[in-house]
Design a protein around this ligand. Structure first.
Ligand SMILES: Cc1ncc(COP(=O)(O)O)c(C=O)c1O
Length: 374
């Protein structure tokens, strides 16, 4: 049996939606994007949603709002996908890592406090694995020190903390629809915000600085020369992508139910192995169950477990190698000793397949192989 780390779930509805757009005569940013933004905004109970071509673009645009200067500092977690850190460097600000909480693996409030200086302009929290960060103390600290909070919600589309959807706590949330995300368009992303004052800025900046969206230009029956309001980027979503996203969003509750069922089975299994510790959401939150990350505290080295899974056709993953260990980041002068919790877990964690289309037999096979390994 071959079990991939992820398999996306598309059916005739996605195929038809894409075909409809291909036959419509309009394939770039247009009505489908507008509809996807509206539906996503409704889903997240916000008034602003701006569709972009990746989660990275969403993070980049959110940070752009702050007009960061070279001495400005942005705090984030080292246990994330590299995009979260890269965007800080794209804005030429100083990247500061806070340590993680060893239980949740999310950014730790005490470490955020210790790393805050008068130059701290933003905190980017990452809801790792779909489990929300502890937003209450983070927001209290950020508000008291006038620090912007940006939420990296790439793993956490369906998640909420104290019944408030993630992405709605601070300046805005960045969502990803990358190929392995809870809903996918292959590549794609979305900014959401409860504050609509930056919406036009994000819209201008994502599309060359145009004063009018291409669809709005086309809708008018008169010719109008567009204007350029600022030197923008090219980060807009197209209608083929948006059409896919709309169908995926319509299935999100079903997908989440399946993820929850699979997660439950994994957790029941791990209860029998006290040295295998799955990462769990905080009790006051609802997870999107994006990833099944497990801490290996047995005497077996993590690499041996991974090797055994792969040998049996099961594809695991690691979320993540700490960013300060990648070649480029090593040269930026981070000191591993500053992240003791991250250092403890970095060689323990591995991630098992968790996706709605994971079949019973496949899950049973994974659990059987894990039983054999241990
Ligand atoms: C935590 C995190 N942040 C940001 C991103 C970037 O999203 P995208 O690939 O859509 O640019 C990812 C994507 O994998 C991610 O896992």
């Amino acid at each position: 049996m071959k079990i991939p780390f992820h398999r996306y779930s598309f059916d005739k509805h996605e195929y038809k939606a894409v075909q409809r757009v291909l036959q419509s005569g309009w394939i770039t940013t247009g009505k489908e994007c507008t509809a996807f933004e509206k539906e996503f905004a409704e889903y997240k109970s916000v008034n602003t949603a701006v569709a972009v071509n990746s989660g990275t673009a969403a993070l980049f645009l959110l940070l752009a709002t702050l007009n960061l200067q070279p001495d400005d500092e942005v705090i984030t977690t080292p246990l994330t996908f590299v995009a979260t850190a890269n965007v800080v460097l794209h804005h030429r600000a100083k990247l500061v890592f806070a340590d993680i909480n060893p239980e949740t693996l999310n950014i730790d409030i005490e470490s955020i406090k210790a790393k805050t200086t008068p130059r701290t302009k933003a905190i980017i929290v990452v809801h790792l694995a779909g489990h929300p960060c502890d937003m209450k103390p983070i927001m209290e600290w950020a508000n008291a020190h006038q620090i912007a909070v940006i939420e990296d919600c790439a793993h956490a589309i369906e998640a909420s903390y104290e019944n408030q959807p993630v992405g709605t706590f601070g300046l805005g949330g960045a969502f990803s629809f990358y190929a392995n995300k809870n809903i996918t368009t292959g590549e794609g992303g979305m900014i959401i915000s409860t504050n609509n004052s930056y919406e036009n800025f994000w819209r201008n900046l994502k599309n060359h600085g145009f004063d009018l969206d291409p669809i709005k230009r086309q809708e008018k029956n008169t010719f109008k020369q567009y204007d350029i309001l600022l030197p923008g980027y090219k980060l807009n979503m197209n209608d083929i992508t948006a059409a896919l996203g709309r169908i995926q969003l319509s299935k999100i509750h079903l997908f989440l139910q399946k993820r929850q069922q699979i997660a439950k089975q994994y957790l029941e299994f791990f209860a029998k192995f006290p040295y295998l510790k799955p990462i769990l959401p905080l009790p006051n939150s609802h997870s999107a169950w994006h990833l099944m990350i497990v801490k290996n505290q047995s005497t077996l080295p993590r690499e041996k477990i991974i090797h055994n899974l792969v040998k049996n056709g099961i594809q695991p993953s690691i979320h993540f190698k700490p960013i300060y260990e990648f070649s480029f980041y090593k040269n930026l002068g981070f000191n591993q000793k500053d992240y003791p919790n991250c250092e403890i877990i970095k060689n323990q964690i591995f991630t098992l397949p968790l996706f709605p289309d994971l079949q019973h037999e496949e899950l049973n096979f994974i659990l059987k192989i894990l039983s054999t390994i241990f």
